[in-house]
Design a protein around this ligand. Structure first.
Ligand SMILES: [Zn+2]
Length: 511
């Protein structure tokens, strides 16, 4: 690379509002305000890094001071003395302050003292304070004083990645603009255009990878493109970018998840070895596995909540995902997801990522294999492979049922989706005696509405009036919840599940 190489992010930095990438709302609001002469004394720009906060600040400074018109203009010329000096960061009236290195109150006070003097060459003195959340409390207070009574010729433009760390007193005196993550398609268009300007070959698949890795940041995406150009000599294809990003191929990710979810531990560990040997970053791989799980969940037949054409997968990979979805329950996907979420920080902190990753796989396979708690209850604690849960139709009002024991009573409430009734029943009611049409119970809490609601529901469910008798003291039997917890704790599958997580206990049994 020659010494005069300018990084793409700087070379293609937006110079006017029209060329700001992906910030249409902000551009519209700001240009309208400038065109109608509504200029605020303080602005705050917030958004993730690389979305154009300081670029926007500089454009705004140019708009305020451009000499091509008599007053502020939404279309700064870019060629007058002021515009050029501001673009180069050398204008005497436009101060760029990095709050990260000027956090102290003295720095800020010096700057604010100078604000009292009129601008030298421009209409306005513009103070651009980047990463403003880094200022000390004393510095914020000094700034606040100036913001409360700003000299007419002074404009503050604050920028921050962490708006929550900026005091409300400051925020309330600023016009706030949120810079959004730039959408993938917009990034792709931008990168393709730059590749053309630079006479670089950039394949569509490579561009897609870069745009996704950029995660909404133009600057991050462009520095990746810089790197890819340097590594490939200007022929940027998918394989090169994958290699650079240390990403495993999406086909590999789908196959890997397929193996994990089919329960072949030995094969899954072998695949992990291969992926690792081929140089993939395991944290990235985990993030790719999570991405797949997210899409597999969205397109699962039980949900059918996603337009898979919007996913990053090819038609073949989508078809494969559909096949996996057909044999795996939604429940399994969501549990596998939870295990992966927990593993993210574990992996980042671990001294040995490969070990950590292998253990994650083993844990995922355990989880994938295990029936859910409701399934354990339903199958009377026999371990069975996970099957697709089948929605049971609620009995219609014309179907009349009998209830002869406490279990049936609880199940019937659940089947009828009497959630409130069931919750109260399962937590507070001891069933002392029950036969079809007669119930004697003890209510530990003594809710007065419960017998009324229970009686109404029983009549609806069984088609006859029940005789309810409320015991005045406990008959020393378990409530439904206590019964379930005891059953679960003695279940071998559950015991092994609890054993997977140190210190785990059954806190709640959900339906
Ligand atoms: Zn100008």
């Amino acid at each position: 690379m020659d010494n005069n190489y300018t990084v793409l992010a700087r070379k293609y930095r937006s110079q006017d509002f029209k060329s700001l990438i992906g910030q249409d709302v902000l551009v519209k609001t700001l240009t309208t305000a400038i065109n109608t002469g509504r200029i605020a004394h303080a602005y705050i720009f917030t958004g993730i890094r690389g979305t154009g906060k300081t670029s926007t600040a500089r454009i705004l400074a140019k708009a305020l001071n451009c000499l091509s018109t008599d007053g502020p203009t939404a279309n700064p010329c870019g060629v007058c003395e002021n515009c050029r000096a501001i673009a180069a960061g050398q204008h005497i009236d436009v101060m760029e302050i990095d709050a990260a290195s000027h956090t102290g109150v003295d720095n800020i006070r010096d700057i604010l003292d100078a604000a009292q003097y009129r601008p030298t060459n421009g209409r306005y003195k513009v103070y651009i304070i980047d990463e403003v959340h880094m200022l000390s409390t004393a510095a914020f207070n000094a700034l606040l004083k100036t913001l409360e009574e700003p000299p007419a010729h002074v404009i503050f433009i604050l920028a921050t990645t962490e708006i929550r760390k900026v005091p409300v007193t400051i925020l309330s005196r600023c016009q706030r603009f949120d810079l959004v993550r730039v959408p993938i398609d917009t990034l792709k268009k931008h990168f393709a255009w730059i590749a053309e300007q630079e006479q670089i070959e950039l394949s569509d698949a490579a561009n897609e990878l870069l745009a996704r890795a950029a995660d909404g940041s133009v600057r991050d995406g462009l520095s990746l493109l810089d790197q890819a150009i340097a590594q490939t000599g200007g022929h940027v294809d998918e394989a090169a970018v994958m290699d650079m990003l240390k990403r495993a191929d999406r086909n590999v990710v789908v196959d890997f998840m397929d193996t994990i979810l089919s329960g072949d531990t030995a094969r899954a560990l072998e695949m992990a070895d291969n992926i690792y040997t081929n140089g993939a970053d395991l944290v990235m791989l985990l993030s790719d596995m999570m991405e797949w799980t997210h899409w597999a969940t969205r397109m699962h037949p039980a949900l059918n909540a996603g337009d898979m054409t919007a996913s990053p997968y090819t038609a073949d990979q989508r078809e494969k995902t559909r096949k996996i979805d057909a044999r795996v329950s939604l429940n399994t996907l969501s549990r596998v997801w939870q295990v992966m979420v927990a593993a993210v920080s574990e992996m980042q902190m671990s001294g040995n990522q490969k070990q950590c990753f292998d253990m994650l796989i083993v844990r995922m396979m355990h989880i994938a294999d295990m029936p859910s708690v409701p399934e354990i209850l339903k199958n009377n604690a026999t371990a069975k492979p996970v099957v697709q849960p089948v929605a049971q139709p609620a009995p219609t009002a014309t179907q009349k049922n009998t209830i002869t024991n406490a279990d049936e009573l609880g199940h019937a409430m659940q089947a009828d989706r009497e959630i409130l009734l069931y919750t109260y029943y399962s937590e507070n009611i001891e069933v002392c005696e029950i036969s079809d049409g007669k119930l004697k119970y003890f209510d530990r809490k003594g809710d007065r509405d419960f017998p009324i609601k229970l009686s109404a529901w029983l009549e609806k469910h069984t088609g006859k009036q029940w005789i309810l008798a409320q015991a005045t003291e406990s008959c020393h039997v378990q409530t439904a919840v206590e019964h379930q917890q005891q059953e679960l704790a003695s279940d071998p599958m559950m015991a092994s599940a609890l054993g997977l997580f140190e210190g785990a206990e059954i806190v709640e049994v959900s339906k």
